[in-house]
Design a protein around this ligand. Sequence first.
Ligand code: SAM
Length: 350
Amino acid sequence: AKCNNEGFPHKIVDLLDGFKASKTLFTASKLGVFDVLSDSEGLTLEEVADRIKASVLGTERLLDAAVSLGLLHRLRHGENTVYRNTDQARRFLVSDSPLSLHGYILHCNDLVWPLFTHLESAVREGTNQYERAFGKKTENLFQDGYYKKDDVKMRFMNAMHSIAKVTGTDVATAFDLSQFKTACDVGGCTGAMAYEFTKAHPGLSVIVFDLPPVIEMRHHFQPKEQDDRVSFVAGDFFKDDLPKADLYILARILHDWSDDKVHELLRKVSKACTPGGGLLVSEIFLDEERTRPSRALLQALSMTEGQQRSAVQYRDLLEEHGFTHVQTKYTDNLLDAMLFVKKDPNADKP
Ligand code: SAM
């Protein structure tokens, strides 16, 4: 007889296990499981355990959990049972694949996971739990948190780099940008997004503007094919003048800051941008009811002064600084995009 599952709380039961699934992915990535499997037709349990320097029993549990999550295959190979990467693992989890999410996964494991273990306090106190999780006070998450130590800085930059590579093409090709010759990617980090823009727009040069400790590490992230249309300028977007450009890009910047700080930054962008110039904002846009995407609302749980906003909220913030909305593009990727142009303040005058 068919079992009647009506009323069984599938969704809740999936959520009960969600953290175990995440941690399985993180641990397999961190121990290098997908890397050791990357150039073989399959390895036995003992071979994997030996290469990742872990116990056979623990490795077996990890690999079998990964199989159940669709990250690995387990198959018969002659006399042996072997494990092999799935296509998705090969494309996105092997650390040196072109679209690898490895950097972002390590960031989730080493930074976001500890913050989320203190979620209860974060909710009670209404703030990010960096100090509780890492024993250090931060006034500014970037300067005091991520960029104080080189290994933490590289981990953060790797995370940004991997997301930018995976999402960059969709953001860069979201709009016709042919009227712009120069762009400034404000908070452009490793330049991964800038290279996507120059690839997509042959007439465009991009200046990456970011804090000095980030810019000094740029050589670690240069693509194999150098592109002299991408250049780098070090500075602080709250203190220094921004480089001149026809188009300003703010990708994953505004959600990190309060409305006050956003206004401070937009005043700078507006001052640097000439009438007719453009501004491209790329973020996850919440729907107007603030119910979706869940990803954006989950990310907000570990924020300090930032917040997630809807497309209309972003539009309202930008209009206050003289930018007119041109177009919004929902990419169905990790990042959406909006294009604005700077109004000519004299245009409406008689
Ligand atoms: N735009 C990149 C992307 O989409 O991959 C990186 C986004 S990351 C969340 C935020 C970036 O803003 C970091 O690279 C950080 O260094 C930079 N940033 C933070 N505060 C800054 C400041 N005051 N001046 C310049 N850059 C800053």
